[in-house]
Design a protein around this ligand. Structure first.
Ligand SMILES: C[S@@+](CC[C@H](N)C(=O)[O-])C[C@H]1O[C@@H](n2cnc3c(N)ncnc32)[C@H](O)[C@@H]1O
Length: 272
């Protein structure tokens, strides 16, 4: 189990952290985020003549979905490892580039559509991320932004926070991303999208299960690494939460799979 100092320095905003995560992310997270990426891209009116930008592409879930429409896709991420992984897909109509989503090295109005799936919400300056999304989208173009509906995020983060709230209400340390909390509400998400320069968005809510493989107990223990929610707990409390977490898994697992339903909000809006 990690110390509270490690938890506080959770490195969501460090590209090196994401560089190390590429293989794990592709194996465990992308199959889950792909459901939401496909839904976000499906809201965009795009086809073979469209230019589409995927901001914080990760291993490319939304870029790959957009590329299937025939669009010319630019996929950006600040992690060199993630960008290399998207390039390795070798999809002719995806160009992957390393850059910060808060200061895009791209011209104004260059894209017919822009998408960001669980990306902009993580930026320290998420408002700048949304403004940049608007700047590079042409007037009349469309943007889709997917965020979690809970300030605790999704999947294991969400389950752990629920357990801590139940056992030690008041001791849950918020996730270290202000955008995650601010945008986890349809009204606040819509207001932020409008403030960035878009029309009143349509906001859809969709839920999919994160399918946690619990076949190997050692892997379950590893899940407790990098969990910011630990930092408000002492050693006894952390041990009690870990026990409750394992008990919940034992009660709910179906074979080696424990499903954690996670809900996203997808806002789709037109650039004014
Ligand atoms: C939760 S993953 C989402 C990846 C992908 N969109 C998906 O849905 O699977 C977040 C991604 O945001 C990237 N990221 C975080 N901060 C960023 C920033 N300031 N600029 C660009 N990318 C960033 C990370 O490298 C990571 O690939």
């Amino acid at each position: 189990m990690q110390s509270s100092e490690q938890a506080k320095s959770l490195p969501f905003n460090d590209p090196a952290h994401w560089d190390k995560m590429v293989a794990t992310y592709e194996a465990q997270s992308q199959p889950f985020t792909t459901h939401f990426a496909d839904a976000a891209v499906a809201t965009l009116p795009i086809g073979p003549s469209s230019k589409v930008l995927d901001i914080a592409t990760g291993t490319g879930a939304a870029a790959l979905a957009a590329a299937r429409s025939g669009a010319e896709v630019t996929a950006i991420d600040f992690s060199a490892g993630m960008v290399a992984r998207v390039r390795a897909h070798d999809v002719a109509n995806i160009e992957a580039r390393q850059m910060d989503g808060q200061a895009l090295d791209l011209p104004d109005a260059a894209f017919d559509a822009a998408v960001s799936v669980f990306g902009v919400m993580l930026f320290p300056n998420w408002r700048a991320g949304l403004r940049e999304m608007a700047r590079v989208t042409r007037s009349g173009g469309t943007a889709a932004i997917a965020v979690w509906k809970s300030a605790d995020g999704a999947a294991v983060h969400l389950l752990l926070a629920q357990i801590i709230r139940r056992l030690y209400p008041g001791n849950v340390t918020p996730m270290p991303c202000t955008g995650l909390a601010e945008l986890a509400d349809p009204g606040r998400l819509a207001a932020a999208v409008i403030a960035a320069g878009f029309s009143v968005p349509a906001v859809a809510e969709i839920t999919h299960d994160f399918k946690l493989n619990v076949g190997n107990p050692g892997d379950v223990d590893k899940l407790f690494e990098f969990m910011p929610h630990w930092s408000g707990l002492d050693a006894d409390q952390s041990a009690a939460v870990a026990r409750a977490f394992r008990a919940e898994i034992e009660r709910g697992r179906v074979g080696d799979i424990f499903a954690i339903p996670s809900t996203a909000l997808i806002a789709t809006a037109r650039r004014l």
